[in-house]
Ligand binder design. Structure first.
Ligand code: ADP
Ligand code: MG
Length: 250
């Protein structure tokens, strides 16, 4: 227990370094301005987002709810620089992104954005600790330091005994906890999660979600989390939905 909290403290300190020097808590870290997204579906064009505006501050935990097909995943993929909007601007920690080429968008995504998917999307051939090391090494960290951080992060989500397991040998809840550790490995300023507990039974969902919440609070990231779980949504600071292609407070 003592070892665990020591690991926690170390990781938080390192994780928080960048946030502390810039004092980003309370600053707008994720901003969408007039975001529009159309899709071509055969002959017709459907407008999923028509004029979406959004500001999320560091340390703010925001739920995104609403019926299937309302555009939640589209919004998250655009905010996470996985997809480009048809029009409008996405600003990550003060960096406008629409004029950036794919390489610079990819770099910004790697250093500033953490993403948790409904299905973990861990690399099946790699161990838990290696899965958490990979994004750090892609971001330029030395192997030893990446490994130290990965081990501490896995301990933070209660997986100190599962470090060398491959995803296939972990339970669904454990897989998602590895995915959470991976998502925050580079101390992202923006944390996005698309139904991160949608695939889990209610009890496991609560457990995974409390890890996610603690980690977000610890890193001071701006968080936007899609959930169908009203109970979880109510534990967050704000609740948003998409109506007629616009983002509304709920
Ligand atoms: P949600 O996550 O809220 O269920 P999505 O963002 O996945 O909603 O989808 C919103 C709408 O956009 C749906 O009508 C869906 O069919 C459509 N859509 C999403 N992605 C694509 C795509 N790549 N091509 C065409 N239509 C899409
Ligand atoms: Mg979706």
């Amino acid at each position: 227990d003592c070892l665990l909290s020591r690991g926690l403290g170390d990781v938080y300190k390192r994780q928080m370094n960048r946030a502390q020097t810039a004092d980003e808590t309370g600053k707008v870290l994720l901003e969408l301005r007039g975001v529009k997204r159309d899709y071509n579906q055969g002959e017709t064009i459907i407008s999923v987002l028509s004029d979406a505006h959004l500001q999320i501050r560091g340390g703010e935990l925001t739920a995104l709810v609403g019926p299937s097909g309302s555009g939640k995943s589209t919004l998250l993929n655009i905010a996470g620089l996985l997809e480009r909007p048809t029009d409008g601007e996405v600003i990550i920690a003060g960096h406008p992104t629409s004029a950036l080429g794919n390489r610079r968008r990819g770099k910004l995504r790697g250093s500033h954005i953490g993403f948790v998917f409904q299905f973990h999307r861990l690399l099946p051939e790699f161990s838990a600790v290696e899965n958490v090391m990979v994004p750090q090494m892609l971001n330029g960290l030395a192997r030893d330091e990446a490994e130290d951080r990965a081990e501490a992060l896995l301990a933070m989500v209660g997986l100190q005994d599962r470090q060398s397991h491959r995803p296939g040998r972990l339970s669904g809840g454990e897989q998602q906890r590895v995915a959470i550790a991976r998502a925050v490995a580079n101390a992202p300023r923006v944390l996005l999660a698309d139904e991160p507990t949608g695939n889990l039974d209610p009890e496991t969902a609560d457990d995974v979600f409390s890890h996610l919440r603690a980690i977000i609070r610890g890193t001071g990231a701006a968080a936007l989390i899609v959930t169908h779980n009203e109970k979880l949504a109510q534990t967050m600071d704000r609740c948003l939905a998409i109506e007629d292609g616009q983002i509304v407070e709920r």
